[in-house]
Write a protein that binds this ligand. Structure first.
Ligand SMILES: [Zn+2]
Length: 412
């Protein structure tokens, strides 16, 4: 009997405590809500279009000339913004009430940051750049080459965005010849990033992992950050996947003539070694350097036409011939990066039509760009290799999970 009474009392006390805390929570939430959102706050957004200036937009919002001047100065000193860009910038004006003066201006100059101008109680404007929180998700797409497909066609059908596909092509081109290594039935997959803000997709990020069933076996590449902070792509054994030279400097160009030491020359008509590869491409197509190096020759020759020869680190040189013109500022002695434009496709010299004639010379001897084993850059230290192996296993697990559930994603 006594026991039961105490129990009832305890229950009542607990109930009162619960009610009180609920009231407290409700009060707290409402108060927070008032502070951050404001009850009658008014917001209006203006998209900047051609001909708009900051002062025009601000004046339209009812700001005085001196206010406009202060805002312009604050934007310049606080965020380095001196002008607005039409068709991309947006300005949002926030007032505490409809009829109150503007208290806050938000400028969104790109997807991942916004510039906030705030007016304090004393009427002083302050400028702050806020990074927008990026929610990065790994998504997985898989595809198959069908009869007559190019990799781009098959990749597009697999739902891989064009930008990601171009990055994948660039990576795989170190290992594969997209002209001759493509067969119906080959499968490929890509794990890549999609960036979201506030639950909305904003853009695609980077390629995390790639797999391609090439003729000589499965090719895999993983994006991995070394302990020194540098990022690169590595094969499943941790060997650098980025090579110091590219087999095909121009993406997606058709090979019109391959490396052949006993070829009948199309112009001269007699058998003459073809010590390079011809890529068919339109006149004016930019020609990127196959690797980092220094220009050792820029000349015009009866056979090669306008050509450039680049010496790369180590024992490699590359040569680019029949150019319509050289790139500005590229001459003998110029240091070039991998991918830097050195000239433009043409048909100068002994040539039957616009194409790039590309040679790789190793230790003074011409080698077949499609088959030569190219030196890797950025190989891993022993310690990094241990870290890489763990990372690769994690990625392989993610790929395994996502291949069973194609609509899932993994938060990165
Ligand atoms: Zn050629």
């Amino acid at each position: 009997m006594k026991k039961a009474k105490i129990n009832t009392l305890t229950k009542i006390i607990l109930l009162i405590a619960a009610i009180l805390s609920l009231v407290a929570i409700v009060l707290l939430v409402t108060d927070l809500g008032r502070r951050t959102i404001g009850v009658n706050e008014s917001k209006s957004t203006v998209a900047v279009s051609a001909g708009d200036t900051l002062s025009k937009i601000l004046t339209d919002q009812g700001m005085t000339v001196s206010d406009v001047d202060i805002i312009a100065k604050t934007l310049k000193s606080g965020a380095g913004v001196t002008s607005l860009r039409a068709d991309s910038d947006k300005l949002t004006f926030i007032r505490p009430r409809d009829d109150a003066p503007i208290q806050k201006i938000v400028l969104v100059p790109g997807p991942w940051k916004q510039i906030e101008l705030t007016c304090d109680d004393a009427g002083i404007w302050k400028c702050e750049t806020v990074e927008i929180e990026r929610d990065t998700r790994a998504v997985f797409r898989t595809g198959e080459i069908r009869d007559g497909d190019s990799f781009y066609v098959a990749g597009g059908r697999a739902g891989i965005p064009a930008g990601i596909l171009a990055d994948v092509y660039d990576l795989l081109a170190f290992e594969m010849d997209f002209e001759r290594d493509i067969r119906a039935g080959q499968e490929f997959s890509v794990l890549y990033e999609e960036n979201y803000a506030d639950g909305e997709k904003v853009d695609n990020g980077r390629v995390i992992a790639v797999s391609f069933d090439a003729l000589r076996g499965n090719v895999k590449m993983y994006r991995f950050r070394k302990s020194d902070g540098t990022v690169g792509y590595y094969d499943q054994d941790g060997n650098g996947a980025i090579k110091s030279l590219k087999r095909t400097p121009i993406n997606n160009a058709r090979v019109s003539s391959s490396f052949n030491l006993r070829r009948k020359h199309p112009v001269l008509g007699y058998t003459r070694a073809h010590k390079g590869i011809d890529f068919r491409a339109g006149t004016g197509t930019p020609i990127p350097s196959a690797g980092a190096g220094r220009v050792v020759k820029r000349a015009t020759d009866r056979g090669y036409g306008n050509y450039i020869r680049i010496r790369h680190n180590g024992s490699y040189e590359t040569l680019y011939a029949h150019m319509s013109r050289f790139a500005k500022g590229v001459g003998v002695g110029t240091t070039v990066k991998q991918g830097q434009i050195v000239g433009y496709v043409g048909s100068t010299g002994l040539s039957t039509g616009p194409h790039l004639h590309y040679e790789i010379i190793k230790d003074g001897k011409h080698v077949n760009p499609m088959t030569v084993k190219l030196p890797a850059i950025g190989n891993l230290s022993a310690a990094d290799k241990v870290r890489f192996n763990k990372f690769r296993n994690t990625i392989d697990d993610i790929v395994h999970d996502l291949s069973d559930h194609p609509n899932w994603f993994v938060q990165m």
